[in-house]
Design a protein around this ligand. Sequence first.
Ligand code: PHE
Length: 325
Amino acid sequence: MSAFGKNGEVTLLPKEFSKLSKEQLKTIGPLFNKTKIELEQAINNKREAIRAKSYKKLDLEKLDLEPAEIKNRQGHLHPITQFENQTAEIFKGLGFQQFDAPHIDSDYYNFESLNIPKDHPARDLWDTLYIEDRASAHIDAKEKNYHPGELLLRTHTSNSQVRIMEKYKPPIRMMIIDRCFRYENLDARHEHTFDQFELVYIDKTLSMANLQYLSEYFLKAIFGKDMKARLRPKYYPFTEPSAGIDGLCIFCKGKGCKVCGGMGWLELAGAGMIHPQVLKNGGIDPNIYSGIAWGVGPGRMSMIKFGIEDVRLFNSGDLKFLERF
Ligand code: PHE
């Protein structure tokens, strides 16, 4: 039974007052009123106290309406792009400009202009993807030296060499960093699509000494001051003499290890003095000018620089791999 409310004890009590005498009512009446007010007051106080306490609790119970932090995964340039940008900067500093040549090109620029005629055994050095359907190739049929049915995916950036000579007069300092394609058996060191960095440098007194100097300058800029470069005799139909550029093995510093097969050196590029016939094909007089050219694999260089064991990782789109850089 409650004290207040419609049927509360205190509410109903005055009904009994009719039974009292006037004298009794004089004392009981005011006493009743006073007690009632006191009780109401006490109940109110208690109610307020409880309310205040629960508000305090509510105050502490903070509801976080801030938007949850969305983790921003920051993208970055692909490791090979990073390497290529660094390379481009190094050679820009030496006055080289970037040049573009087509991915889909004619047999002439990829092979014939480079002293590699049809059926020449040297063609075996480049496993080539030929294109049969002329309609699918975006090349101007009126272009000089274009012969229908002789389109291919360029196997190297050397397809730029004679194009550069046709477009510019010496002295020439050009570089090409771009994709190439080969019909390869894929393994940890071979991809069908890969990049090359080609240098074409034509001037009046260039010699193998300049090639040696530039090679070492480049390798030191990429791998550090302790790096050394050496030139080894090699064969390319479009350079004479030709050389393989080796870099001191960065893993054993020349002592010989598993990575370099005990040699102490790693092959990093193909290079040489541009063949007089190739200069002639580009309209440049080989009696006045000589040229240096090299082709480097940014993929191979990056594998060595970053210690990557399989070239196929680069184009795999595997985020776990890419996030390492
Ligand atoms: N184009 C050659 C290759 O792909 C490399 C090279 C470039 C060699 C320039 C000599 C001069 O193997």
